[in-house]
Design a protein around this ligand. Structure first.
Ligand code: PLP
Length: 591
């Protein structure tokens, strides 16, 4: 490994990135024959052996339902669950563990506040302030409660670097504002927001402040009392812990006054058919059997990261962020989105010259064993503000070193070079504009590739079987996409666009001239992988009778040729949307 900083442990030892990486079983794996490079920690961090072991030990040795059993096993499980809560309180510097509620994650934590505090408190004309940097999980719950109560949402804008405009924030503040809900760190750009100031200014007008800490807690020390946060939310799976467990911190005086979120066992004091009284904190907000093993795993993750020292984690990630920013800036045609002065370990970018769809970047990197995230990152309003539909994002964890960044930068340089070669060999991945083709009748629509969709499917399957692995099949799909018949720009209308795909997709179908039920279609996308999938669909469907199209089970077929294993869920959904569009058209002519 090239010069990676060390992280000192709390017992004054020193742990190198290599030693940390060795604690993560999954990072010893290979992907497509290459050592795995994991750069998607903002989506989910991986779990160290200490966490995996703690969860496993819990299941093997200590599992029982909590709070109710008189037997020792139940008491041990209860103790472990409550110890995990104490660890959370220590991590956040909460005044007491009872202020730390276990939830399924950040999303549920925010929904809890919006639906309990929000519905009980908000009145028509009240205002909620969010920021343009928010994840959908800190937007949609507030929209739901605003619709239900008549409250209004206002949005803090940002500058081009991705920093919140604090002057604009101040201008939005007024006595009507009841809640300011912003993230501590933006998941899409990495901006670290000045939450202490944001909270203080919210309090100055009598508003509460909720901080979405999903992207912060694993990256630096948190002190909810020093911040004076009213609510603070985070997820275990972004803190080297398990999925399905998260936390809502809330000040006792607020939680005490809020109505329960869900009703059920464990959250009651006394139930009669006439009236129920509720348990004290934290049980009032933890109805039903909770995720006990998840809490135990989260407690172990907190212990593990505390032993490394969050200050040192932050120093390591900041140094690596600087290196990543420098290396990626050197990739020709790459434009980094989000250049805030204070940033966490996230680099988001788009490829401008040559333009390469972020979906293709993600797929190409995956083939080289590199995991990054592409898409809108659940931040569509932010993407709109940036004027893009998606970005590619590499996000750092404390197991990443400079070697990971080198692999990423080298792979990107290689991808850019190969696209340049294809463009200069005039196999353009971009459909040339064809305004001169005024009439759809002048266009060449793909004729039937075989007697029936089934016969075409067999031919494709034979070829796929011949190609030994996914990288080769993937290349074949890309090659098919390169030969896609031209779809002129004038056919790329809103009516022809297909929603539900991760990239831009248009389909224009027609009845083959001189027939009453033969469907032909042109289609295109900005992503090469999708163009390849379109080519497969054309081989299956274009030039076939409507009834034959309807009779063909595309989903079973895609499973047969292994696409279900290799396409992400969003791409499978995109493929399903295209098939659905063609089936709708076929229905019209099936007679
Ligand atoms: N908020 C931010 C800033 C996030 O990055 C995420 C997840 O990516 C969430 C909220 C939602 O977290 P979860 O899916 O764990 O509930």
């Amino acid at each position: 490994m090239t010069a990676s900083p060390s992280l000192a442990t709390s017992d004054h030892g020193s742990t190198s990135v290599g030693e940390i990486r060795a604690q993560f079983p999954i990072l010893q794996a290979r992907a497509h024959g290459r050592p795995l490079v994991y750069l998607d920690s903002a989506a989910s961090t991986q779990q160290p052996e200490a966490v995996i072991q703690a969860v496993s030990d819990y299941h093997r040795l200590h599992h029982a339902n909590i709070h109710r059993g008189v037997y020792q096993l139940s008491q041990t499980a209860t103790r472990m669950y409550e110890e995990a809560r104490a660890s959370v309180a220590r991590l956040l510097n909460a005044a007491e563990p009872a202020e730390c509620l276990f939830t399924r994650g950040t999303t549920e934590s925010i929904n809890l506040v919006a639906s309990t505090w929000g519905r009980a408190t908000l009145r028509p004309g009240d205002e909620i302030i969010l920021s343009v940097l928010e994840h959908h999980s800190n937007i949609v719950p507030w929209q739901l409660v605003a619709e239900a109560t008549g409250a209004r949402i206002k949005v803090i804008p940002m500058n081009d670097a991705g920093e919140l405009d604090l002057e604009a924030y101040r201008a939005l503040l007024s006595p009507q504002v009841r809640m300011v809900a912003v993230n501590h760190v933006s998941n899409a750009l990495g901006t670290i927001n000045p939450v202490r100031d944001i909270i203080a200014e919210a309090h100055a007008v009598g508003a509460l402040a909720l901080i979405d800490g999903a992207q912060w807690v694993a990256h630096g020390p948190t002190d909810v009392q020093a911040l004076d946060a009213d609510f603070y939310a985070f997820s275990g799976h972004k803190l080297y812990g398990p999925t399905g467990i998260g936390v809502l911190y809330g000040k006792r005086r607020l939680l005490d006054c809020m109505p329960p979120y869900q009703g059920g066992g464990d959250m009651i004091e006394r139930v009669t058919f006439a009236k129920t009284t509720y348990a004290a904190l934290p049980n009032k907000f933890e109805a039903g059997t909770p995720n006990i093993s998840g809490a135990v795993g989260l407690g172990a993750a907190i212990g593990w990261i505390e032993a490394l020292g969050l200050d040192r984690v932050s120093a390591h990630e900041q140094a690596l962020l600087r290196y990543a920013t420098e290396r990626l800036s050197q990739v020709a045609g790459l434009e980094i989105k989000g250049q805030a002065g204070a940033k966490s370990g996230v680099v988001s970018w788009v490829m401008r010259d040559p333009p390469i769809a972020t979906l293709d970047i993600g797929v190409q990197l995956d083939l080289r064993g590199i995991c990054i995230r592409t898409g809108h990152h659940c931040c569509q309003p932010l993407m709109d503000r940036l004027g893009v539909t998606s970005t590619a994002r590499a996000s750092l964890g404390l197991y990443n070193g400079r070697d990971d960044i080198d692999r990423l930068a080298e792979a990107l340089t290689e991808i850019v070079a190969s696209v340049r070669t294809r463009v200069s060999a005039s196999v353009s991945p971009i459909t040339p504009a064809s305004e001169s083709l005024a009439e759809t009748q002048d266009l060449t629509y793909p004729a039937a590739a075989a007697q029936s969709p089934e016969a075409a499917a067999d031919e494709i399957a034979d070829l796929f079987e011949f190609l030994p692995d996914w990288p080769m099949r993937h290349q074949h799909i890309i090659d098919l996409g390169d030969k896609l018949p031209v779809m002129p720009d004038f056919l790329k209308t809103a009516a022809n666009s297909v929603s539900g795909c991760q990239s831009t997709v248009h389909i224009a179908a027609r009845l083959k001239p001189g027939t009453e039920d033969v469907i032909e279609f042109l289609a295109d996308s900005d992503a090469n992988i999708v163009r390849g999938l379109i080519a497969l669909l054309q081989q299956l469907y274009s030039g076939q009778h409507a009834a034959a199209i309807l009779g063909f089970d595309a989903e079973a077929y895609f499973t047969r040729i292994g696409l279900d294993q290799h396409l992400s869920m969003s791409r499978r959904n995109g493929l399903a949307s295209m098939v659905q569009r063609l089936r709708h058209l076929a229905q019209r002519y099936a007679g």
